[in-house]
Design a protein. Structure first.
Lengths: 470, 198
């Protein structure tokens, strides 16, 4: 029988099907961080059970960590206690622990791929909804709750019904200044934040085939923002080249065996999906959000739509615009910007900082803007320095912070103050997401760069010539 | 037993006719720093419930003494966003045992089922009827019958059935969780792990 990529990976991992219930799914790799794991470890202790396969779980601290002065003790006692709990639990159960100060420390969805923990055909879970990131490698990867973290620790399995399948094709070539983030925000704006709920998405078509691994990770990362359980892209030459030679990837004969298997991981030509959508990539503009969920996005040259032109209730829409301080019909270009955040598991990789650098090079940070540039990991941080991007940033009036989730969810001190506007490369513009009262506009690193040097929302295509882009 | 079992719940309801209620509203990230499951109910809807100086916002429904009960009724796409189970804990710890909506986000629904909060999905029309009934009379009661899989507006007798898998239904009515099940098939899991392709 013909199978989709999703079918192949899912079916391979089903330990058992329960009649009238979920599948018992075996999990190859489990990533944990300090926020969603402590109660799971408490559960293990209460029940008196051990971690079944500690070598399949990897711990990193990222959500709560400061992004300056990481060599000093963490000042917030609650954060410090939670970080300590991750260290103690990891050590007690024999789990690899990459805490603050460790060379491998960084955002869980950035370091996983960097060290080769993320591999094609694997099942990967983490108590974090942006685990969908790892689908970029042709893995089934999704976020789970703390009860499920406990299940994986204790039995390496979770129990979930198989999702419906959806394929999203984006054809053609992307225009100048249009990045993977724009592709994702475009798709979400078409589907809304609930348009893919209940589905696992496969991205296909020329646009994704031509995309780098970093770009594919950005797209798969945002799958959850349209409600999808996860998103994936069939592994190809780009994937194998990225994966090869990393610390946890197979070597020698094991590599050859893995490659033989990975080459089978694609949707059969005659396989069908529960839903299939196709978009023309050449019609996508640089995108920006104007409301309080990631589905409220539009091409940057557009005006904020009227309530009757958008799906959903008028009350909810009006509440959202009121929170943002925007009105129907407003142009988004020219709106004031107080903060710019470049980072997160969505856009905290080297390519994102290259894009940002290509626009701010030879320009100066606008005086009214506070900018936080936060690399996703120490590897990204080192690359920024090696490639001379840091010099460009400093020359333009920017500084670089240390790795962590930072202002994406503002659990640490990196909070956007109430009422202030931020252009952010992160993944959520929910009310208060970046700090109580903070107003977030989601966009690509290029749009963030254009805002950072002009101090207002600006179409990056008006500032640079195509050839200047890296 | 991981939580109190659920059979038939008869209660008044708290109406929240907002769509896309996300997990950052249910429990903002800055309240996720606990290492034990305590106190999350106090911070349910923190920023909609309280001003910056911690005084209650009088216009928010949880601060309106007229509305109370063990059932929270929310707009479409309830629980979107993060995987934080803390959002479901906050709902449970505040005192809700059931959330009714016309559509739920996937992970939130799963988390609810895992901790003993019953997500009841109704048609958009029935949701409107519930909102109208509760706004007209805050004492209007709903009956959630899990064994029969029905939700009834007791004032009018109007009823809909809702979906839940037989497995999850059995868990909820008995107060069991998935870990109990998985522990019992551990040998099977270990055998399976020996035959993975990689």
């Amino acid at each position: 029988m013909s199978k989709t990529l999703f079918d192949k990976v899912w079916d391979t991992h089903v330990v058992k099907k329960i009649e009238g219930g979920p599948d018992v799914l075996f999990i190859d790799r489990h990533l944990i961080h300090e926020v969603t794991s402590p109660v799971a470890f408490l559960g293990l202790k209460t029940r008196g059970i051990k971690v079944l396969y500690p070598e399949r779980t990897f711990a990193t601290a990222d959500h709560n960590t400061p992004t300056i002065n990481q060599h000093l003790p963490v000042a917030d006692p609650l954060s410090a206690k939670q970080l300590k709990a991750l260290e103690t639990n990891s050590n007690e159960y024999g789990i690899s622990y990459w805490g603050l100060g460790h060379q491998k420390n960084g955002i869980v969805h950035v370091v996983g791929p960097e060290y080769g923990i993320t591999q094609p055909g694997a099942t990967i879970v983490c108590g974090d909804s942006h685990t969908s990131t790892h689908g970029a490698f042709g893995a089934i990867a999704f976020g789970i709750g703390t009860s499920e973290v406990e299940m994986v620790l204790s039995t390496q399995c979770i129990m979930q019904p198989k999702a419906k399948s959806m394929r999203i094709n984006v054809t053609g070539k992307l225009g100048f200044g249009v990045t993977p983030k724009d592709v994702a925000l475009f798709i979400i704006s078409k589907l809304t934040t609930s348009g893919a709920t209940g589905y696992f998405v496969e991205y296909a078509g020329e646009v994704f085939e031509n995309m780098s691994m970093e770009g594919r990770m950005t797209v798969c990362n945002l799958s959850i923002e349209m409600g999808a359980r996860g998103g994936m892209i069939a592994p190809d030459k780009t994937t194998f080249e990225y994966v090869k030679g990393r610390e946890f990837t197979p070597k020698g004969e094991a590599w050859d065996k893995a490659m033989a298997y990975w080459l089978t991981l694609k949707t059969d030509a005659d396989a069908t999906f529960d839903k299939e959508l196709t978009f023309d990539g050449s019609t996508i503009e640089p995108m920006i959000t104007y409301g309080t969920n990631p589905g409220m996005g539009m091409g940057i040259s557009n005006h904020i739509p009227d309530a009757e032109d958008v799906e959903g209730g008028v009350t909810t829409y009006e509440k959202s615009l009121k929170y943002m301080g925007f009105s129907e019909g407003d142009s988004i270009v020219g709106k004031p910007v107080d903060f710019v955040f470049v980072g997160s598991c969505t856009n905290g990789r080297i390519e994102d900082f290259r894009a940002f650098a290509s626009l701010v090079k030879g320009r100066k940070k606008a005086a009214n803007v506070t900018a936080w540039l936060v690399p996703g990991s120490h590897i990204v941080e080192a690359q920024i320095k090696e490639e001379g991007l840091l010099d460009i940033f400093i020359e333009a009036g920017f500084t670089l912070r240390q790795p962590g989730c930072s202002a994406c969810l503002a659990m640490n001190d990196d909070k956007i103050p109430a009422g202030k506007y931020a252009v952010s490369t992160s993944n959520r513009n929910f009310e208060g997401r970046q700090g109580p009262g903070a107003r977030t506009m989601l966009a690509s690193p290029l749009v963030a760069a254009a805002a950072a040097v002009t101090g207002v929302v600006t179409d990056p295509r008006t500032l640079i010539h195509e050839l200047e882009l890296v | 037993m991981a939580y109190d079992n659920f059979n038939i719940l008869k209660s008044t309801a708290v109406p929240l006719p907002i769509e896309n209620v996300d997990t950052d509203q249910l429990i903002p990230a800055r309240f996720l720093k606990a290492t034990e499951r305590v106190g999350f109910g106090d911070n349910l809807f923190r920023d909609w419930r309280y001003n910056a100086d911690n005084t209650p916002k009088q216009d928010f429904v949880l601060n309106n003494p007229v509305y109370s009960g063990k059932i929270l009724v929310g707009g479409k796409n309830f629980g979107s966003g993060s995987s934080r189970e803390h959002a479901a804990w906050a709902v449970y710890d505040y005192g809700f045992r059931c959330v009714v909506s016309s559509f739920f986000a996937d992970i939130f629904r799963n988390n609810c089922l895992n901790i003993g909060v019953l997500p009841v999905q109704v048609s958009p029309e029935f949701l409107e009827k519930i909102f109208a009934a509760v706004f007209a009379d805050p004492k209007a009661e709903l009956e959630i019958n899990l064994p029969a899989q029905t939700i009834t507006l007791l004032s009018t007798g109007e009823q809909e059935s809702f979906e839940i898998s037989p497995y999850k239904k059995d868990n909820m009515t008995n107060g069991f969780d998935d870990i109990d099940y998985l522990q019992n098939i551990k040998t099977e899991i270990q055998e399976f792990a020996l035959h993975l392709p990689l």
